[in-house]
Design a protein around this ligand. Structure first.
Ligand code: CA
Length: 232
């Protein structure tokens, strides 16, 4: 089925370039030039993905991300932020507010399309009941159970949520703060070290299967999940 992609961008040249690029890949672009139009478009139809410009007149991109993440019908729609070069701290804020990925301007159509493809693939891997598969790991959403090579393995509720986040965001590095925000919920008073504790527990669960290295420590940054199972 054709994916509907909402482009929220106030610069007509960029908006048109993106819409054109999307059509070449048989995506269905929907254009909005500000937050108001974006909300209207979403009310008419929930898109499969949202491309969101950081700097918008009126409601900023970041406010929109927060809003989309709060509403039940847009909570799970993947969002890619379009940011200007050098807005490093903004990008982090974008992640903290719930964006799935970002692309730095100026970007090529090819680069953007590659990101879109990756984000859509990840979101499709999550089945309707919340089940997700990554290599030999499977989380059964209905039973809230972890299966490794089809075998049920006990995992605590926090580890389950953490693993679910990792599996649905494979290949990207997340800081401890971002993980706290995404997995524990924003505004919680939990310390960074909590993340390390739960990552350690999760690795222990995976150790007997020699899969603990699927959760990588990225020095100075945080953690990354790789969905390619390590070679035995
Ligand atoms: Ca702009």
């Amino acid at each position: 089925m054709q994916a509907h992609i909402l482009i929220v961008e106030d610069e007509p040249a960029i908006r048109d370039m993106i819409a054109y690029a999307l059509r070449t890949q048989s995506y269905q672009p929907i254009c909005a030039q500000d937050g108001k139009e974006a909300l209207q478009a979403v009310a008419e139809r929930i898109p499969d993905l949202i491309l969101l410009d950081w700097m918008l007149p009126g409601t900023t991109g970041i406010e929109l991300v927060r809003r989309f993440r709060k509403e039940a019908n847009t909570r799970d729609v993947p969002i890619i932020m379009l940011t200007a070069k050098g807005e490093e701290s903004d990008r982090i804020t974008g992640f903290d507010s719930g964006a799935d990925d970002y692309v730095v301007k100026p970007f090529s159509a090819r680069e953007l399309l590659a990101r879109i493809k990756a984000v859509l693939r990840r979101s499709r891997e999550t089945e309707d009941d919340g089940s997700i598969q990554a290599g030999p790991l499977r989380l059964d959403g209905r039973q809230q159970k972890l299966l490794v090579h089809g075998q049920g393995v006990h995992v605590g509720p926090t580890e389950y949520r953490l693993l679910h986040f990792f599996m649905s965001h494979a290949g990207r590095v997340y800081t401890r703060n971002q993980l706290l925000d995404f997995v524990w919920g924003g505004g919680s008073d939990i310390e960074d070290r909590t993340v390390d504790v739960h990552v350690r527990r999760l690795r222990k669960v995976l150790e007997p299967f020699r899969l603990e290295s699927m959760i990588e420590t990225v020095r100075g940054s945080g953690y990354r999940f790789t969905d390619a199972a390590p070679k035995a």
